[in-house]
Every structure is written in C-alpha cells, then in structure tokens.
Design a protein around this ligand. Structure first.
Ligand code: HEC
Length: 126
C-alpha cells in the first residue's frame, strides 16, 4: 500500500512537469480567454496573410506528412503531434518557432487565440 502510494506520487509529479500538446492548448485558451476553434485554425494554416508564404508552404496542407523548407529546401519533420511525438512538448521550442514563423507568414506574432486555433486543428489530424 505504502509502495503503491509512493509510485503514484512519482507519477503525479512527473505528469505535472511534462508538457503535452494539451497543456499548450489549455495555456493558449487561457491566455485568449476563449475556447479554440479548430476549423478556423485549419483555414489560418492554409491561407496567406499578405505575404508569399502560408504555414502550409513549409509544413504542407497535411502536416501529418513531412514538410520542406521553402527557402533552404530542408526536410521538416511532421508538425502534427499524432505523427511526431516531440511536437508541442518544449515551451522554448514552441515559443521560438511560433514567433519566428508567424513573423514570416503574418508579419507579426500570432495571437493567443490564433495559436489555440492552430494547435486545436493540428490535434484533430490523425
Ligand atoms: C519558411 C518555412 C516555414 C513556414 C512558412 C512555417 N514554418 Fe513552422 N517551422 C519551420 C521550421 C524550419 C521549424 C523548426 C524545425 C522543426 O521543428 O522541425 C518549424 C517549427 C514550427 C513549430 C515548432 C513545433 C514544435 O513543438 O516543435 C511550430 C509550432 C510551427 N513551426 C508552427 C508554424 C505556423 C503556425 C506557421 C504559420 C504561421 C508556420 N510554422 C510556418 C518552418 C516553417
């Protein structure tokens, strides 16, 4: 009994530390103070926003597939968490690349609502 409680405590504390795509979605929805709309995220992903590139230019319209960088031609691992377990597990990576890619595509940082929508859509992909 004491032993299983101890294991439970370890599991609970490990769970609190690990960042999952769901944790990021909760964070962005909280920052936006509104629920995510996955369908809107999908439209945002495929659309251009006044510049040459959309998110799908490098990540493809089906981001369970590997992408290709529009400038360097380097292969990009799939962006959808269902196809790539490393996605949306590191706050440093998520924040850095959202900032950089939104600046390239939209010409500004994405809002919390846009990030919530985008991630909710990525999570619908199987
Ligand atoms: C010019 C090419 C390019 C475009 C356009 C682009 N990305 Fe990316 N994206 C990358 C590269 C390169 C990486 C980093 C390499 C990697 O993680 O595989 C990356 C990584 C990411 C990550 C990091 C995810 C993680 O946890 O590893 C997110 C989130 C992301 N992109 C979202 C977007 C969104 C949203 C858009 C549209 C607003 C977008 N990207 C447009 C090239 C691009």
């Amino acid at each position: 009994m004491r032993h299983s409680l101890c294991i439970l405590a370890i599991l609970v504390s490990a769970g609190a530390m690990a960042q999952t795509p769901r944790d990021f979605l909760t964070r962005f929805e909280k920052e936006a103070a509104a629920p995510a709309v996955a369908e809107r995220g999908g439209r945002f992903f495929d659309a251009t926003h006044g510049n040459d590139w959309s998110c799908s230019t490098c990540h493809t319209t089906r981001p369970t597939q590997p992408g290709r960088h529009a400038k360097t031609d380097k292969t990009i691992a799939p962006l959808a968490p269902a196809a790539n377990a490393e996605r949306f597990t590191s706050p440093a990576k998520v924040d850095k690349w959202f900032r950089r890619n939104c600046n390239d595509v939209v010409g500004r940082e994405c809002s919390a609502q846009e990030k919530a929508d985008l991630l909710a859509w990525l999570l619908t992909l199987k």
